[in-house]
Design a protein around this ligand. Structure first.
Ligand code: ASP
Ligand code: CP
Length: 350
């Protein structure tokens, strides 16, 4: 472990170099960014999530899962809005017998008295065994993981969304959804995936694109308004990793070519001066008529929440996977927490 390294030096390292710092005794510990995961880990997490789904179908299995981490405590520090991620992490903890506390509004915490966010989270680490955090600032979860490592406080940190930057556990549930959808169609390798909408500021797209480098022969289409195209840093990463991608702006032209369409909403909470209003986002909506040109085995994804990107009538189409993504998120998060606390073998042997 890189003890003694300065934060500024650490911060500038590449994701692949930081990876080792997020491990403990060779096991996954902090979950901060998608670059830390390899194919072996992704395959294992999908297998574990499926096993957990099966076990939880019976009462005996439910009791077994609940016994695994009884006595452990988690803090959900969510200071940016969330419905799914917050609730699915809470449910995942409950499934494993972990008790949860939450902070969602800092107006009742000592941050009001001028305490720094770092000191706030450091305080949590005195009371709990796991910290799960969503924060508007890119890199904040990473900074906390760094701080806890430096002070020798062994409490894992899970990034549940960090500003415009990353949402690694959403990417894991997206991989699990793709894995389940293409189980009988050759898996994720070789699949063509279109990412649509605000790719510049959408952290789910960034985290999933990072993960997809682990699959052979995938092709990514980035379909976005010119001002919201994918960031240069991520494109550079994909070039280095030899992941094929193409930038487009016509959604209708791309739909017949792909195995998955990943829709996103405009991330206008990050506007500096109302710039989203000047963009015609309706060109990046999935129109009903597109169902006819979408290949029969292709799937429609969305991390949610949606606005008008996908009309509700489309929910009935068997290719619409976004409500499955919501449910898959809970199972993947159970699997992830079980892995962090090294309960995966017990589960696989059940
Ligand atoms: N819920 C996802 C996120 O937190 C996507 C979104 O909000 O548009 O990044
Ligand atoms: N997909 C997702 O992160 O949803 P929430 O923002 O509601 O947590």
């Amino acid at each position: 472990m890189m003890r003694g390294i300065e934060w500024e030096t650490f911060r500038k390292l590449r994701g692949s170099k930081k990876k080792e710092y997020f491990l403990r005794n060779g096991n996954i510990f902090h979950v901060i960014m998608s670059q830390q995961f390899d194919r072996k880990f992704l395959d294992e997490i999908c297998e574990l999530a499926t096993k957990i789904r099966g076990i939880s179908k019976g009462n005996k299995g439910v009791r077994f899962l609940q016994s695994l981490l009884q006595g452990k405590r988690a803090m959900l520090y969510f200071v940016q809005p969330s419905t799914r991620t917050f609730l699915s992490f809470m449910a995942a903890c409950q499934i494993l017998g972990i008790q949860c506390s939450e902070v969602r509004d800092t107006s009742t915490s000592s941050e009001v008295k001028g305490e720094s966010q770092e000191d706030t989270v450091r305080t949590f680490s005195s009371y709990v065994d796991l910290i799960i955090m969503r924060h508007p600032q890119a890199g904040f979860a990473e900074r906390i993981a760094f701080l806890l490592n430096q002070i020798g406080r062994p409490v894992p940190v899970i990034n549940a969304g960090s500003g415009r930057d990353q949402h690694p556990t959403q990417a894991l549930l997206d991989i699990y959804t793709l894995h389940r959808s293409f189980e009988n169609y050759g898996g994720i390798d070789g699949k063509k995936i279109a990412f649509v909408g605000d790719l510049l500021r959408g952290r789910t797209v960034r985290s999933l694109a990072y993960l997809l480098r682990n699959y052979k022969g995938v092709k990514l289409y980035f379909v976005a308004p010119k001002d919201l195209q994918m960031g240069e840093d991520l494109k550079e990463y994909l070039r280095e990793q030899s992941v094929d991608f193409e930038e487009k702006d016509d959604l209708e032209e791309v739909i017949p070519l792909v195995d998955a369409v990943y829709m996103t909403r405009i991330q206008d909470e990050y506007d500096e001066a109302g710039e989203s209003k000047r963009i015609d986002y309706s060109k990046y909506h999935f129109k009903r008529e597109y169902l006819k040109i979408l290949p029969p085995n292709a799937i429609i994804m969305h991390p949610l929440p949606r606005r008008e990107e996908i009309p509700v009538e489309i929910d009935e189409d068997k290719r619409a996977m976004y409500w499955r993504q919501v449910r898959n998120g809970m199972w993947v998060r159970v699997a992830l927490i079980a892995k962090i606390f090294r309960k995966d073998r017990d589960i696989m042997e059940y």
